[in-house]
Design a binder for this molecule. Structure first.
Ligand SMILES: [Zn+2]
Length: 181
């Protein structure tokens, strides 16, 4: 993400110790990435970054909060979900960062050159917000009788299921005639 200076941290100028950075992220941030369409919209995320500057490494802790809108996996209703997660990243300063980045499969470690003065955190913010979106997106239905799912859609889906079962199993066809007895 070259050229997005607000996400570049000039760590060379930082004193040893922990420094705090705060980012407010909305849909525009994601639109700037050339990745497939996001699975969420109306993102209002705040990312607190705690950067511990040491001589040969940086310890980054990203705390993701806020909300975004997704659709229910079951009925397609729009849902607002909470973003809430922490991620750590160890950035080591070495002589051969490209080689080590290619070798090391630990996703929580990243290598940069000792001569580097800046790090760009936009890619990590992108990744960590995506990872904070709940995998299972369901209308709140602790009690099945009070599901907030779109009941009409569920009925329709159930109907489609029944139909496909009937088509697959000819035995149901034979039973049809008993249904209204
Ligand atoms: Zn639902």
């Amino acid at each position: 993400m070259a050229g997005r200076r607000e996400y570049e941290i000039a760590f060379v100028g930082l004193k040893p110790g922990v420094h705090e950075f705060n980012y407010t992220i909305d849909d525009k941030f994601f639109a700037d990435f050339n990745f497939p369409q996001q699975e969420f919209s109306n993102c209002h995320a705040n990312v607190k970054l705690l950067l511990d500057r040491q001589t040969s490494f940086l310890m980054l802790k990203f705390e993701v909060g806020g909300t975004c809108d997704v659709t229910c996996d079951r009925c397609g209703n729009p849902l607002t979900v909470q973003l809430w997660d922490d991620f750590s990243m160890l950035v080591k300063m070495v002589d051969n960062p490209d080689e080590l980045n290619a070798q090391d499969e630990d996703p929580d470690v990243f290598y940069i050159s000792r001569t580097e003065s800046h790090i760009d955190v936009a890619g990590w913010i992108y990744e960590f917000i995506n990872l904070s979106v709940p995998v299972h997106r369901m209308c709140d239905d602790k009690d099945i009788d009070e599901t907030k799912c779109n009941v009409e859609v569920l009925k329709m889906l159930r109907g489609m299921n029944d139909e496909s079962k009937e088509n697959q199993n000819p035995i149901w066809k034979g039973l049809d005639k008993f249904r209204n007895i």
